[in-house]
Design a protein around this ligand. Structure first.
Ligand SMILES: Cc1cc2nc3c(=O)[nH]c(=O)nc-3n(C[C@H](O)[C@H](O)[C@H](O)COP(=O)(O)OP(=O)(O)OC[C@H]3O[C@@H](n4cnc5c(N)ncnc54)[C@H](O)[C@@H]3O)c2cc1C
Ligand SMILES: Cc1cc2nc3c(=O)[nH]c(=O)nc-3n(C[C@H](O)[C@H](O)[C@H](O)COP(=O)(O)O)c2cc1C
Length: 743
């Protein structure tokens, strides 16, 4: 085969050498516009896993690369006058120039034809090639020539960064956070050879503009950074190697995903590789790793299918299928880490104490968990656990083992929870006339005895027509209050748990069959009329609700108040107002379900008006020393619906009205929703609400291991973790986990 790699970066060079090595009969050429020793950038970092794979595929080049690597284990964070360090993180760094030179030399040794100082205009310039590799980097001319086929999806990220170097040597991967009059700047610093360290400075667009950096050239930008980071630089100058750049030296990161990676141009097969196909933010330093791994997988597919031009379509198809999954995984982790740095100033740096700030930073990609940190640096983690326990009011004696964060107490008003685990409300559809009976006593009593600190019963309806189904619990009469008292007395007498009652009204999602007879399906017998913010049915087949008038609002508010008084009298410890999942109060908050034109529709203030009225009314009758949380759908997962930004606005309003916590759920508001599920998929909403609004939160959603809960609580992404799915609905997730563990 004749193979041409357009672009001699890590992707093109490594693929060229692997193919030539595995099949010397191939004619392999790399065409690069730069001279062999010209290059942009400073150092790149790899993980040990990438290095292992390179050793397997070409031990010769791997040995030289390993030799040239600088290995370091420590991460150091400079923040608000503190300097914190942890170990065991295992990175290797190498100069980009050095890496390319090693790969170039190895290519030459194996007989790859290297052509430098040649700008390629088009993949069509190589009519004899069987395969053209578009390894021409992020600005790929080849990809841009076929945008309809490759469907590049580019997203320009808001932060600005400048990539510099310094001769000061750092013995740890160092992060330095500095606050200026106009916002925060952070430096990502790592040594990559005996004389040089990479020094990337990053900030928000606002801070960049406010400091006039849009008008700053390389020299002015360097002077600015040297001054800002003088403490960590200790007089060492910063250097640029991008003198060719005109205008501001500050860049935006562009996230790239392509819909398709290969194409037949009429004479050759063309395939994207490395930065031409995808990018991953430098916050987890994976661009070079991905480029190298692409090269390995494409070679691997030739090994599997055979080194024959006829096999190219099958090879390219399998290459794309396999790499797409791995790349998405890394891009996901990179996105979490990148977003952390995009919001770090106001969300974390201004709010978290240095210890927790460090923990939050270390776990920013959400791929490193609490127990993973223990494997890396047990002493540091133990110290952090002690600090966390102390800040939760516990004094762990020096000779005792520290406590995991989820087992520390949490206090809201006069209620102290013994730990951070909450049983989330779960409709059981097993009540008659809204009464607590033996089923609820056993179900909730056993949850309380199981060790959770707070046990919520299911959504408890404030009137008969507030129910979702005829099997829902209620609190609209004294017989129901007596049932709650029996339950509260049992929980208090037999466990250290507190009992929570979630008050709610089903709104337009009411009057439906029991779950096992058809979720959301309208009742055929015994149906009752529905009310909602607007006259919109939930399903096409659901009855049309009445848009509430003032009299309806007064009645619903009074029903909530009466239920709250009964709950207090029954000895319930904690109240939650259900403003999520498309039920009545949620239907006011979402613009999808609230189409009102009066003072209860339109702006955030108007949409929140009735839910806040209800909240204030129950707060007024609920005992002063007991907390009330508010459950919100923090994302409608639907075009035109609420997003986490709206949740922040509503959370702030509830906080001002006296809410103690926000319980951060999502969805179930709009039937056509497109939720993106995954591990801890709602935790980012809790993180955002907690740290932007400054109110304690409950995280919920696919939190299935103690390790998850510890990581969330320790990082300050939530104060409490709620878990729900038990019984049958958790079966699929449990089976998936077992399958994954067995792989
Ligand atoms: C600030 C910053 C920090 C980074 N830090 C890291 C890090 O720590 N670790 C890491 O792994 N990655 C890092 N990266 C990413 C890394 O640089 C890239 O992901 C990686 O180099 C991709 O390799 P590639 O071969 O696909 O593309 P490139 O390295 O971009 O190579 C493409 C090559 O093609 C050549 N070329 C382009 N067009 C033509 C043409 N028309 N004709 C001829 N030649 C052409 C270019 O000159 C270039 O040599 C960082 C990136 C940035 C911006
Ligand atoms: C059967 C079932 C019933 C539920 N009922 C309620 C409810 O009454 N009120 C509520 O706010 N959430 C309810 N939820 C949502 C849960 O409280 C929780 O937010 C959700 O299941 C995600 O957590 P998990 O992944 O741990 O299950 C219910 C969930 C399930 C599975």
């Amino acid at each position: 085969m004749r193979i041409v790699c357009i672009g001699g970066g890590p992707a093109g060079l490594y693929f060229a050498l692997l193919m030539k090595k595995n099949h010397p009969e191939h004619h392999v050429t790399v065409v690069e516009r730069n001279r062999p020793y010209d290059t942009f950038g400073w150092g790149v970092v790899f993980s040990d896993a990438t290095m292992d794979s390179m050793t397997k595929w070409d031990p010769e080049s791997a040995a030289i690369i390993k030799d040239a690597f600088n290995h370091w284990d420590d991460i150091e964070v400079l923040f608000k006058g503190t300097r914190q360090r942890t170990s065991g993180h295992g990175f290797v760094g190498i100069g980009r120039k050095k890496l390319l030179n090693i790969l170039q030399a190895r290519c030459e040794e194996l007989g790859v034809e290297l052509t430098f100082e040649t700008e390629v205009n088009s993949d069509l310039d190589f009519p004899d090639a069987d395969l053209v590799i578009a390894s021409d980097g992020f600005n790929s001319r080849v990809r841009n020539a076929y945008t309809e086929i490759f469907q590049p999806d580019l997203q320009q990220r808001p932060n600005r960064y400048i990539w510099l170097g310094t001769n000061k040597l750092f013995d740890a991967f160092t992060f330095d956070f500095r606050k200026t009059d106009h916002g925060w700047f952070q430096a990502h610093i790592y040594k990559f050879d005996d004389q040089t360290s990479t020094f990337i400075v990053e900030t928000t667009e606002d801070a960049y503009l406010a400091h006039g950096l849009d008008k700053a050239d390389q020299d002015a930008s360097i002077a600015f950074c040297e001054n800002l980071f003088s403490e960590v630089l200790e007089g060492a100058p910063l250097m640029t190697n991008a003198r060719h750049m005109r205008g501001s030296a500050w860049l935006n990161f562009n996230r790239l995903i392509c819909g398709k990676w290969s194409h037949f141009n009429g004479q050759s097969h063309v395939v994207l590789m490395g930065d031409a196909a995808h990018t991953a933010h430098f916050a987890i330093g994976s661009g070079t790793k991905l480029a190298i791994e692409d090269a390995i997988e494409l070679t691997n597919q030739f090994q599997i299918h055979g080194h024959d031009a006829d096999q190219i379509p099958a090879v390219l198809s399998d290459y794309e299928d396999i790499r797409r999954v791995d790349v998405a995984r890394i891009q996901n982790a990179a996105r979490n880490a990148m977003e952390w740095f995009e919001v770090v100033g106001e969300r974390y740096a201004d709010t978290l104490p240095p210890e927790q700030f460090m923990y939050s930073m270390l776990t920013r990609s959400q791929r490193i968990s609490h127990e993973n940190l223990r494997l890396r640096d047990a002493d540091w983690l133990e110290g952090y656990e002690r600090w966390f326990a102390a800040s939760s009011g516990l004094n762990v004696e020096a000779d005792k083992r520290s406590l995991p964060p989820m087992l520390t107490p949490f206090t809201a008003r006069g209620v102290t929870l013994k730990n951070r685990i909450v049983v989330s409300p779960m409709a059981m559809y097993s009540a008659t006339d809204g009464l607590i009976d033996d089923f609820h006593m056993v179900h909730l009593g056993s949850r309380a005895m199981g060790g959770a600190a707070l046990v919520f019963a299911e959504m408890t309806c404030v009137s008969p027509d507030a129910r979702i189904t005829p099997g829902c619990l209620g609190l609209w009469n004294d017989a129901q209050k007596d049932g709650w008292k029996r339950l509260a007395d049992f929980v208090h007498a037999n466990s250290g748990a507190k009992l929570g009652c979630q008050l709610g009204h089903a709104g337009r999602k009411g009057s439906t069959k029991l779950a096992w007879d058809g979720i959301d399906q309208p009742l055929e017998n015994g149906a009752w009329p529905l009310i909602s913010a607007s006259a919109l049915p939930y399903l096409k087949t659901s009855p049309v609700p009445k848009a509430m008038d003032r009299a309806d609002m007064d009645r619903v508010k009074a029903d909530h108040v009466a239920a709250a008084i009964r709950a207090a009298e029954a000895g319930v410890d904690w109240l939650e107002l259900h403003c999520a999942h498309g039920y009545l109060l949620s239907s006011f908050l979402s613009p999808l379900t609230n189409r009102r034109e009066d003072e209860y529709g339109g702006s955030h203030e108007n949409r929140a008006r009735f839910p806040l009225e209800v909240f204030e009314a129950i707060r007024a009758v609920w005992p002063e020393d007991r907390p009330i949380s508010v459950r919100l759908s923090c994302h409608d997962w639907s075009e035109g619906g609420n997003t986490p930004d709206d949740a922040v606005i509503f959370a702030r309003m509830f906080k001002d009205a006296g809410a103690d916590l926000i319980d951060c759920s999502s969805g179930q508001v709009w039937k056509e929703e497109k939720p993106v599920y995954g591990r801890l998929f709602q935790t980012p909403f809790s993180d955002k609400v907690r740290n932007e609004v400054g109110i304690p939160t409950i995280a919920v959603g696919a939190i299935s291991e103690a390790d998850h809960a510890n990581s969330i609580i320790a990082a300050g992404r939530a104060d409490l973790c709620a878990v729900a799915k038990q019984y049958y609905s958790a079966k699929a997730q449990y089976e998936n986990n077992l399958e994954r563990a067995a792989r």
